[in-house]
Design a protein around this ligand. Structure first.
Ligand code: ADP
Ligand code: MG
Length: 716
């Protein structure tokens, strides 16, 4: 007999052959289980009127009965908003509108009872609703309950499927005589120890909650389950690594490090740089392979930390490699590091895709003989033919540009795994880092070198163009340089976006007196470098570019950045771009040009950029708005979490709990470990023993959920 949840959807009351095809093609619902796990994307509570004082935490969409007290407009131009003060008789909340302000201003009368229906959010301790549905209160209309709203594809709606179609079908599954057969998917020890809602009850409440509290409990249970298995899966590997992988021991701090530090270093290290170097030093002495993520905002001075780590390797007779994602970046690193290294007699070389054959051969030889101490390069470094005499340290800049597999190849270039330092300016929020990287060590440079001034950032529209060009002009006249960034290289009639193709001419004609150069991803590396060189040397005053300049490019004299169609870029990307200015000049500016017609969300997103320069805040906000699946660094390294209900950005507490429980289970059951030599792990006093049935559940769930056993915990 098939499992109840695996029953073909066509056998469900109300479905049949024809509808089952629609469900399959439009919603990928093939079985009873698929349907049951298609949860409403939100709930509306029309069962009662809420009081403002009842509101708390994350609320579903609710209705509140009350009256408008007054209206007031705030802000100017496109930032204008209308605020209505709304009273439920005891407390006040704000109703906010961002558009059609003139209409809403006069739409509601004082003294009339209205029902406002929307999602309450709290802002600085006060409750708000923006653009709620509002109707005149009708005492004769009965309340209609607490309902789930399912998303239906347009195609289905056009075919006449109504909003209740899915919920009716779900009800049929729940009322099916075999519903009771559904088996628990979490060990009972865990369900009872953490007072989680049992699976069947949770499933019912995900669709038809009795009240907001039971919905909350149901969601918690479903989230916990997803996260628990994810953590268990990750920990099965990462614990292994911690115990197994031995690394080179670098006991000495010698003449290279000390000599450079005492004689040559061009500036005083910041406190954060010193702290991070100490952390690295500890790793290098420990006998374990260092596997460290170095997070530091753009301009925080990661390069110097990397270089001084290389000196630790050199002091112990080892070579170092630094791999960067683009040729431009690699050659900049080579310039910087090469200069520093030369002062203390270390030999550096640059290896990229455009290195000539003869030189390439010499470099290969120099690496094998040990003559080259530090090699800087691009992907070219991971080619088979590149061999080392004794590679002790691999530094990888801007990790999200490299895939997991590529990094692994770097790692295999040495009998013993070299120490690995991965540098990124994309701060990964803790809950995510913890989940993605297992027991990876993280160091943070949370302090900028002294004297930096935050970049003044503005949001502007086409109507402000003259004023924006004047700002750029004034900077150029003062001897500064400017970046102008476009989302596209070529015009695309389908997209209403600005392109370099059209923009370059315009920039040239407006800024006639100044040299303009241009780089984009479709140019040959050599041409790109030549153009870049003109900007770096100061010959060209304006660099027109796509986001190829996003990472790492360092021209301290540049003081303005203009980003066209800023609404099209992610926050982290904008932050990276902005990081190109403010590296030397007294004042620097970033102008986000945007289409006037942007949604409230987009406006809020760009508002974050104008409000803060804290990369960490920006990345958290970015992740909350877009979901971690879109985060740079997760998607590109191929990490598919496949989370349906949990959200790594906002469910931090459940993530921690899930991880904690997974830890306890592994303490008691080392046999779950992937390459289980089932070594006895020290039993922690509160490890969690499971009985045989529960272990069966664990094994089954891990198998179903993680058919492909990639080891995501390893970054290198
Ligand atoms: P990122 O972390 O973005 O890679 P860089 O390493 O390129 O930043 O450093 C940015 C700039 O700051 C460089 O010009 C570098 O020389 C300078 N810098 C780094 N550390 C310090 C410091 N402690 N004091 C002053 N300037 C510093
Ligand atoms: Mg850098």
């Amino acid at each position: 007999m098939t499992q109840f949840l695996d029953t073909d959807i066509k056998f469900l009351k109300g479905v049949g052959e024809a509808r089952s095809k629609v469900l399959m093609t439009e919603l990928e619902i093939c079985t009873f289980g698929d349907l049951l796990f298609t949860f409403p994307f939100r709930h509306v509570d029309r069962s009662r009127f809420y009081k403002i004082s009842d509101l708390q935490g994350e609320m579903p969409v609710v209705q509140i009965l009350g009256r408008f007290i007054s209206f007031q407009t705030e802000g100017e131009g496109v930032r204008t908003r209308l605020k209505g003060l709304f009273s439920d008789g005891r407390r006040l909340m704000e109703i906010v509108w961002f558009s059609k302000i003139n209409y809403f201003k006069d739409a509601y009368r004082p003294g009339v009872d209205y029902v406002v229906f929307g999602k309450p959010t709290s802002y600085r301790g006060e409750w708000q609703m923006s653009h709620p549905e509002i109707s005149v209160y009708d005492p004769m209309k009965p309340p209609s309950g607490f309902n789930g709203i399912y998303s239906l594809p347009d195609k289905m709606r056009k075919k006449g499927y109504g909003p209740r179609f899915l919920s009716d079908l779900v009800r049929n599954v729940i009322n099916h005589p075999r519903f009771g057969e559904i088996q628990e998917t979490l060990p009972r020890e865990i369900v009872s120890a953490y007072r989680l809602m049992p699976l069947k009850e949770a499933l019912v409440n995900m669709h038809f909650p009795k009240n907001p509290e039971s919905l909350q409990k149901a969601r918690e249970r479903m989230k916990f389950e997803e996260l628990f298995y994810l953590e268990l899966h990750i920990l099965r590997y990462s614990r292994e690594r911690g115990r197994k992988i031995r690394g080179f021991v670098f006991p000495r701090i010698g003449t290279y490090f000390n000599g450079f530090y005492k004689e040559c270093i061009p500036f005083e290290l910041t406190g954060a740089q010193k702290r991070v170097l100490k952390e690295i030093r500890e790793d290098m002495r420990s006998g374990r392979q260092m596997n460290r993520l170095l997070q530091g905002d753009v301009g925080s001075g990661k390069t110097m930390v990397a270089f001084m780590t290389m000196l630790m390797a050199a002091d112990n007779g080892f070579q170092s490699a630094l791999m960067a994602p683009t040729e431009i970046l690699a050659s900049q690193h080579y310039d910087t590091i090469g200069k520093w290294a030369a002062q203390i007699g270390l030999k550096t070389a640059l290896l990229t895709g455009s290195t000539r054959a003869k030189e390439r051969r010499e470099i290969h030889e120099g690496l094998v003989s040990g003559e080259i101490d530090i090699i800087v390069g691009t992907h070219a470094l991971i080619e088979e033919t590149v061999q080392f005499s004794n590679l002790g340290l691999a530094v990888i800049d801007e990790q999200h540009r490299f895939g997991v597999a590529q990094r692994a190849r770097m790692w295999k270039k040495s009998e013993v795994a070299p120490h690995v330092l991965v540098m990124t300016a994309t701060p990964i929020p803790r809950t995510l880092a913890m989940t993605v990287y297992g027991d990876l060590d993280v160091s943070v440079i949370d302090e900028l070198p002294p004297g930096r001034k935050p970049v003044q950032t503005y949001l502007k529209f086409d109507s402000n163009r003259t004023e924006v060009y004047r700002l750029i002009y004034n900077e150029l006249r003062a001897g500064r340089q400017a970046y102008i960034v476009y989302p596209l290289v070529h015009e695309n009639p389908k997209l209403e976006l600005k392109s370099i193709e059209a923009g370059l001419e315009r920039v040239r004609s407006i800024f006639k007196d100044f040299e303009v150069c241009c780089v984009h991803g479709q140019m040959k590396p050599a041409a790109k470098d030549a153009q870049m060189e003109r900007f770096v040397s100061g010959e060209a005053k304006i660099l027109v570019a796509t986001t190829v300049i996003e990472v790492g490019v360092n021209v301290p004299n540049a003081s303005v950045m203009l980003i066209e169609n800023a609404e099209r870029f992610g926050l982290s990307q904008l932050h990276q771009l902005r990081g190109r200015v403010g590296r030397g000049a007294d004042h620097s500016y970033c102008v986000l040009m945007s289409h006037v017609k942007i949604s409230g969300d987009t406006r809020k997103r760009l508002g974050i950029m104008t409000d803060t320069s804290d990369g960490f805040l920006i990345s958290e906000a970015d992740m909350k708005m877009r979901g971690p699946g879109d985060m740079e660094g997760t998607q590109q390294s191929g990490i598919a979490f496949n989370l349906k209900v949990a959200n790594l950005a906002t469910d931090g507490q459940i993530v921690s709990l899930a991880r904690n429980v997974a830890d306890k289970v592994l303490d008691a059951h080392p046999e779950l470990m992937e390459t289980a030599q089932a070594e006895a792990v020290e039993k922690s006093p509160d490890s969690m023993r499971l009985d045989r049935d529960s272990m069966e559940i664990l094994r089954r769930e891990l198998k179903v959920r993680f058919a492909k056993n990639y080891d995501w915990s390893r970054i290198s």
